[in-house]
Ligand binder design. Sequence first.
Ligand SMILES: *Cc1c(COP(=O)(O)O)cnc(C)c1O
Length: 545
Amino acid sequence: MTSSYRDALEHIRRAFPQPVSDPIHDSYFVHSIMRALDQVDALKMQLPTLGPVVSGDFAEAQNAELPAEMSSVEAVTSDLVGYLRGITISSHPHTQQNVIAPPTIPSLIGVLLASLHNPNIAWDEYSRLVALAEVESVAITARMVGYDPQQASGTFTFGGTGTTLYGVKIGLEKACPQAMQKGVSDDVVVLVSDAGHYCAHNIVGWLGIGTDQLIVIPTLAENEIDLAQLADAARAALGSGKKIAAIIATMGTTDAFGLDDLQAIVALRDSLVDEFQLSYRPHIHADSVIGWAWSVFNDYDFQDNPLEFRPRTLRALAGACRRIRHLALADSMGIDFHKTGFAPYISSLVLVKDRTNLQLLMRDPQQMPYLYHFGDHRPGMYTLETSRAGSGPLTALANFRFFGEQGLRVALGHIVEMTQLLREHLEGHEAITVLNRDNFGTVTLFRVYPPDVDTFAIKRQEFEDPAYRETLLAHNDYNRKIFDYVHAEAMAGRGVVISSTDCYRHTQYQEPIVALKSFIVSPFVDEKDVEVVVAKVLEAREKFV
Ligand SMILES: *Cc1c(COP(=O)(O)O)cnc(C)c1O
């Protein structure tokens, strides 16, 4: 079949939203989206996944080829929807698996709008008021965490990892002026806790500092950095002539919501500056990609409790705020709206307390001859990225406007409340111990024991006493079996999808403690759903008696 390219071009033009208003074509566009949503909806069953889990044939996938002929919007839609089969529905009340946020409708509209006319927020010339949306999102977040929005600044970047990368890079420029131009020739270290995110390893590797220069400090029982060991390590590094590029304070660890004592870390930093007569202030970056959201409770009236949270919930919220309230002491921090802000990937923001810090990252305009000669707002002059999508700021702004302070308190308060309820129900059974019962976050780590185990004593015995090594390891296996059963049941539509960890902590004699893990992030979770977790775990236990 031959035809002129012009016929094909018409077909292609119909596959774009029309540049000039065309209501008939608009409804075709809307229907195309609706058709996609309908097909996704048709995959939903009772399961917390979009249909049964399908395992991908990754070897076969390498045979994929560019088709010779054109296709249609309709065919491609069905084709793409197929790739969603088996995906976990993060909003499902039976999903308690990980910190993967269910996105709101306003934030999804934000993604659509940011894609529709493809603003590039590197430069306001290419994004107009979408660039303004970034500045507003930055200001709202800065105010929320206690920064002065007139002094602070920030930029959306490629994930929580990107936020820490910016923080450490700024610190590196402070400790080693002009590292950007000259490279890193000094001996430089970065400090982080052993419960901090592994991205710290990547970052020091990619920045040329080297993973050998990352000093990993042990944590205390509540997963916060051991301050005494931090002080010793920092003094040892400075004493041997090394420089500190950054101390990363983890404000909400991924696995167990540990919160470092930022106030004490800042005090330590300040005293080190005097003690060693440093020519720079070691930079403190707060990895608060998870914990930032709790700042919405900083000025909640815990006394009157207008939202009527239960006492245990109040205690957990207040407990988190006692650390989060000091976030503004950090020189920079990371925020993931796609973790605890109900936005889709990627929506991550790095904030700096002092906007002049961003100048340390500025390039010489002569290196970018075709960009940024005019305009009012040119973050592309200091960002690592060149093109940046508008979706991060628009989704963040969408959720700020939709929830407001009250809505954020309700959404976060509810998942904390459900977590507290889960712990209460788990602890109601003799066979189960909650490992992180005093923790303030929405992740619960627990262990299940066979009959005849004194669960009131076992937690300490296993943790402290090497004589219990064999017992601990046997119970590790037992908990893996319980997890396998609960998981298989959930995948068959009976029960809740939770996860497990092979190492909640090490015992004092260096064996890993295996634990079951529930991570509640969906506002759809309710009391009956947390009861199902307990029922399923006990059912698994019955099977193995
Ligand atoms: C998830 C996480 C990161 C990495 O963030 P991404 O958005 O996945 O790149 C960094 N730090 C902490 C504490 C995290 O939980």
